[in-house]
Design a protein around this ligand. Structure first.
Ligand code: HEM
Length: 140
């Protein structure tokens, strides 16, 4: 597994643990109210599980298993995909901070960062989307 994929997937597992923990706390608060401020974790729960867990798991696995290029750079220019990791995670951090920062455009900035991140992934891996060329001798 390439180093970037293991970083993506390990990060996604951390977000999974945190996201489920926050979800469990919110669920407990719904059942037996004990600390109303727990509801403040809801946007973090959503962000961690959709962007942190699901998105990064998919990106990490995709970077690993998409067809490799027949060159000495099998995964193309990897800097695009490293930028994806940085931008998606920066976007998560900015989005979490947005409600507390008192700057209304921060939420939008977070989404712009994340959109730029996935666009970078598409650019960096575009050439890897091609049909595999197998020749089956039994059919000849
Ligand atoms: C991949 C897994 C998950 C994803 C993508 C996810 C996503 C979401 C989303 C989008 C909402 C907002 C729903 C809305 O406002 O209508 C939400 C709410 C919630 N989630 Fe999750 N969730 C996940 C797993 C979990 C788990 C494992 C738990 C608990 C153990 C949990 C507990 C909750 C609770 C209690 C709410 C609040 C429901 C309410 O507003 O009454 N979630 N989740």
């Amino acid at each position: 597994m390439p180093r970037l994929s293991s970083i993506f997937i390990r990060a996604s597992l951390v977000y999974l643990v945190l996201g489920f923990t926050f979800g469990s706390l919110i669920l407990a608060q719904k059942g037996v109210p004990f600390a109303p401020f727990i509801w403040a974790l809801l946007p973090i729960h959503i962000e961690f599980l959709i962007l942190g867990w699901l998105t990064q798991l998919a990106l990490g696995v995709a970077f690993w298993i998409l067809p490799r290029l027949t060159s000495n750079t099998p995964r193309g220019d990897e800097r695009w995909s490293w930028a994806t990791f940085a931008l998606v995670n920066l976007g998560i951090a900015v989005n979490i901070a947005a409600p507390y920062a008192g700057f209304i455009w921060l939420g939008l900035l977070a989404r712009i960062l994340q959109a730029a991140g996935v666009a970078a992934f598409a650019i960096g891996n575009w050439q890897r989307i091609y049909p595999l060329k197998f020749s089956f001798s039994a059919r000849q």
